[in-house]
Design a protein around this ligand. Structure first.
Ligand SMILES: [Zn+2]
Length: 276
């Protein structure tokens, strides 16, 4: 098995469906069985997760403001409710949200964001856009390199890509727990039970390799919190086991605090520019 990012040899892990590349430190989830027709559905997010996504969207916008002028044609793939692209709307030439899920179509178009309902699984051309935005999209793709090739072919000048990474303490602790047989939080990290699993867990290196291989240069990075600062003791989800509920509601905010102390993060935004 070769690494999906750098094409070097991949290694098996304690989890027979997860492969690890020593060279670029990338984790790939290759499920034995896969539900093909639902891979782009949005994850069900709690209110506190939606709140943090909204806050993070604003931080991303502020950062991008320091990189280049905001007067651009933006596209966001997997836009959902449009938290990220909405930030760019006041200064944009145009904003387009592409999604397979049309739940928020009306809400987006009323705001002035064009909506493209992706009916098949493939986007063929993005050449009408200057800046590509995505938040928690790339990890749901089985071949991110192929997607970056499309962006390159389309001459999209700027990329703003938020992904969960394996450099943070939450991922690392889940990995340790998994190694001693406590698989719940590890399985949750890859969203194995969900209809849109995380096929990728990027490292800082694998993101750089992915960009480099496709003529993109990372111009800046932004480390973001995964969850709200305050532990949510009340939150018990009907869809999660007790251990996972505990982990999400109480342990995650504390671990995210530890991330801040260690200057690591479980979620990172990459800002990249095309250099052909
Ligand atoms: Zn690799």
């Amino acid at each position: 098995m070769n690494c999906i990012i750098c094409n070097l040899n991949c290694h098996k892990t304690a989890d027979k469906e997860i492969f690890y590349c020593i060279d670029c430190k990338h984790f790939s989830y290759i499920p034995e069985t896969l539900n093909h027709n639902s891979s782009f559905n949005h994850e069900a997010l709690s209110d506190s997760l939606l709140k943090i996504r909204k806050k993070n969207a604003h931080l991303i916008y502020k950062k991008f403001q320091n990189i280049t002028n905001l007067n651009k044609k933006y596209v966001e793939v997997g836009a959902g409710k449009g938290y990220l692209i909405s930030q760019f709307l006041p200064n944009a030439i145009s904003c387009t949200a592409i999604d397979m899920d049309d739940t928020f179509e009306r809400e987006l178009t009323e705001k002035g964001i064009d909506f493209v309902h992706l009916l098949d699984h493939e986007i063929k051309d993005l050449s009408m856009y200057e800046c590509f935005l995505s938040s928690h999209f790339l990890e749901h793709i089985q071949n991110p390199d192929q997607f970056l090739k499309l962006l390159n072919r389309s001459n999209v000048e700027y990329l703003v890509i938020e992904v969960p990474t394996n450099d943070g303490v939450i991922f690392k602790l889940s990995k340790i727990l998994n190694n001693i047989g406590l698989t719940a939080s590890w399985d949750r990290m890859f969203q194995k039970e969900s209809n849109s699993p995380h096929f990728q867990y990027f490292s800082n290196k694998s993101m750089h390799v992915l960009f480099q291989n496709n003529d993109y240069q990372v111009v800046d990075r932004l480390k973001l919190p995964l969850v709200e600062k305050v532990p949510n003791f009340k939150r018990i989800s009907a869809t999660e086991s007790n251990l996972v509920s505990f982990f999400i509601a109480i342990a995650l905010p504390l671990l995210d605090m530890l991330n801040r102390l260690l200057a690591t993060s479980d979620v990172v935004v990459y800002f990249a520019k095309l250099h052909k």
